[in-house]
Design a protein around this ligand. Structure first.
Ligand SMILES: Cc1cc2nc3c(=O)[nH]c(=O)nc-3n(C[C@H](O)[C@H](O)[C@H](O)COP(=O)(O)OP(=O)(O)OC[C@H]3O[C@@H](n4cnc5c(N)ncnc54)[C@H](O)[C@@H]3O)c2cc1C
Length: 298
């Protein structure tokens, strides 16, 4: 179906399937896909973007739900934050549900989608550190019914990009059946963009802790050494608890890995120090990581 929306775009196409959407984008390379429109229409309204055409994804039912697949959940890119925040989804992927509940005010959560959050790749995207910690993959739909899979982290790091007329169709997330936590600091009360966020995921099968820090860099950061160190301290066959000092040390390890001290100055030059604002951010990351791990292990 094609209608005309002269002020924003020459044409709006509303396909009913992923392949139809890809075909519409192939037929009109200057058109852009729009899901909930919370990011895209904000850019249009600010005059930052004037797309020649829009391909709406809102009528594609195949990407609005999820299904099980080989120990994974295959999440449709059109899942809204509101849907992911519900209890049945939270029982499946608790950290992603927590990030969805934290993503903006209710109007935004009702319209904004998982695929839009990933494609926008804003540093403050709340789903992104969770997907990085879960080591999720994207299923990308391309022309001619093609499907390819890439790690989410590759897209976020710019190692692999969406090609012409390609769409994020699904997100493949491993089901770990273990505690996972997402925490976010906003610097204000009520809904707001993250100043820092932390996702902690336990992976008992691999005897590992996976952690990702969001909002403090262009993409989520993984403190791999801190993950390995804390994973080696946990009694995976026993209580899985840790002393308070170990949790604190983990928080500081994560924070120092993500916000390192400046390199020592060459002889004769003044030593750089972290500014008070950066030190505050580092303390925030340390507190979030400590609390997130404490909750995951409690
Ligand atoms: C007031 C306000 C508050 C917000 N607060 C938060 C917050 O707290 N946390 C947070 O994470 N985000 C927040 N956001 C950002 C936004 O709501 C989310 O990023 C949302 O998930 C975007 O999804 P969407 O469906 O609206 O994307 P759209 O706006 O429809 O699209 C965004 C981009 O993704 C592309 N795109 C969409 N779907 C696909 C797909 N399947 N394949 C390929 N490309 C695609 C579009 O072409 C566009 O470039 C906020 C936004 C607003 C306006």
């Amino acid at each position: 179906m094609t209608t005309h929306a002269p002020r924003t775009a020459q044409s709006v196409t509303l396909p009913a399937s992923l392949d139809e959407a890809v075909a519409a984008l192939s037929a009109m390379p200057a058109a852009v896909p729009v899901a909930g429109g919370t990011d895209l229409m904000a850019a249009v309204n600010k005059g930052q973007l004037r797309p020649a055409g829009l391909v709406g994804l809102g009528r594609i039912s195949e990407i609005r739900g999820w299904r099980y697949q080989d120990g994974h959940a295959l999440l449709g890119a059109g899942l809204t934050h509101a849907r992911m925040g519900r209890p049945d989804f939270a029982a499946l992927i608790p950290a992603l549900a927590a990030s969805a509940r934290a993503a903006g005010p209710p109007q935004i959560r009702n319209a904004g989608t998982l695929g839009g959050n990933i494609a926008s790749s804003a540093p403050t995207g709340d789903s992104l550190p969770v997907l990085a910690a879960l080591e999720a993959d994207l299923v990308i739909a391309g022309p001619g019914g093609a499907r390819r899979e890439i790690p989410v982290s590759h897209l976020l790091a710019g190692r692999e990009m969406l090609g012409p007329a390609e769409l994020i169709g699904f997100v493949r997330v491993p089901l770990l059946h273990a505690p996972q936590v997402f925490l976010k600091a906003t610097g204000r009360t009520g809904p707001g963009r993250a100043t820092a966020s932390v996702a902690v995921v336990l992976d008992p099968a691999r005897r590992g802790v996976r952690c990702a820090v969001g909002a403090i860099a262009p993409m989520p950061l993984r403190p791999l050494e801190a993950e390995r160190w804390i994973g080696s301290l946990i009694d995976w066959d026993g209580e899985r608890g840790l002393e308070g000092e170990a949790l604190t040390a983990f928080g500081e390890y994560v924070a120092a890995a993500c916000i390192p001290d400046p390199a020592p100055a060459p002889e004769g030059q003044e030593q750089q120090v972290l500014s008070p604002a950066v030190l505050h951010l580092r303390r925030t990351v340390a507190a979030l990581a400590r609390r997130a791990l404490g909750r995951a292990l409690s």
